[in-house]
Design a protein around this ligand. Structure first.
Ligand SMILES: *Cc1c(COP(=O)(O)O)cnc(C)c1O
Length: 341
């Protein structure tokens, strides 16, 4: 059945973004975070393209995501570590856990688990063992490939970045880890945070968490929807739920088959736009669950059935909608066909 919506995905831009981040990572290797279905783009399609480009380290959140990638035969690390119920999957060997807690470490040691990664908390207080745990010998006897930590504020100029970098650097040589890894996308734009391996996610997919990445990172994702109906309204008519938009003149309105259930969130009401023949045409009124109204007066030639592209440049779309770039990518949902060029 033909999909009602399309995500146009630019495979060249994805690969170029990875190459840019790899170059910015200096001598460190550059991996890829492909959790949450490759930030909504499709994990298998993303991982296959990046592996072909030379990427060797992939990060997912859980074992279900790791199992999906298993047919590709890549090196995959599972960021949430290993729960008791994950042990059979972990034993199958298609990915390795990033151990986060003393219990996970004990579970992995008891199972004779083999090579693993370890997350250490350096101040974010999200996941990870503590530096004190490490000093007390928690990790002794583990075969660690990568010791990693995660930056809380890499997208800001916060003194916390330097504190975390220093705390992490102090762990060099304190474990059996072959490599150390700290930087996400935003961290790659900071000087001296790359260590041996970087772990970008957002910027691969066209997100720009720091201005320094703005020049080099190319957009990857464009949502496209179809006009279901065109109508003409006159001065005083209103459009959409709660009649929040009122026409001040004769207006050509296109109703398209996209809404907040497709990740085009309500924050785009009266603030989003579509791009037709290079011209921005504004979203008017409230975004509905499955529908949206656009003022196409300026481009009177597009008809019912025409496909139109939503303006989705991530930093700008995030600012307009009040959502984060991460939410915009991962919220896109299941109604789109995903077509790569
Ligand atoms: C998601 C994630 C990343 C990637 O972060 P971006 O900000 O998307 O580049 C890297 N490391 C860890 C531990 C993560 O959870």
């Amino acid at each position: 059945m033909p999909a009602p919506l399309r995500l146009r995905l630019d495979g060249d831009a994805l690969v170029q973004n990875w190459r840019t981040l790899d170059r910015m990572s200096g001598t460190a290797a550059c991996g890829a975070a492909v959790k949450a279905n490759g930030y909504g783009l499709g994990a298998i399609e993303v991982a296959r393209r990046l592996a072909d480009a030379g990427c060797r380290d992939f990060f997912v959140s859980n074992w279900q995501e790791a199992a999906e990638l298993a047919p590709l035969g890549l090196t995959v690390s599972v960021l949430h570590g290993v729960r008791e119920e994950d042990m059979p999957a972990a034993a199958a060997g298609f990915a390795r856990p990033v151990l986060n807690t003393p219990r996970q470490v004990a579970r992995w040691k008891a199972a004779g688990g083999g090579v693993c990664d370890v997350m250490v908390d350096t101040g974010m207080n999200r996941l990870g063992v503590s530096a004190d745990d490490i000093a007390a010998g928690l990790l002794d006897g583990l075969q660690i490939e990568t010791l990693m930590s995660h930056l809380a504020c890499a997208d800001e100029d916060s003194p916390m970045n330097e504190r975390q970098r220093v705390a992490f650097a102090a762990l060099a040589g304190q474990t059996s880890a072959r490599r150390m890894s700290l930087a996400n996308s935003a961290g790659i734009a900071l000087e001296g945070y790359a260590f041996d391996l970087t772990r970008p996610g957002l910027a691969l997919y066209g997100g720009i968490p720091r201005a320094q990445l703005g020049e080099a990172i190319r957009p990857v994702v464009t949502p496209e929807a179809q006009i279901l109906q065109r109508r003409r309204v006159v001065a005083g008519d209103t459009v959409g739920y709660n009649a929040t938009w009122t026409a001040s003149r004769v207006t050509e309105v296109a109703i398209i088959n996209l809404g907040y259930a497709d990740g085009y969130f309500r924050g785009f009401s009266d603030r989003g736009s579509a791009v037709v023949d290079g011209k921005h045409v504004p979203v008017i009124g409230r975004v509905s669950m499955d529908l949206l109204a656009i003022d196409v007066t300026a481009v009177a030639e597009i008809e019912e059935g025409a496909w139109i592209a939503l303006y989705f440049a991530l930093p700008d779309a995030a600012a307009r909608s009040g959502m984060s770039q991460y939410e915009l990518l991962t919220g896109m949902g299941a109604r789109y066909s995903r077509s790569w060029s």
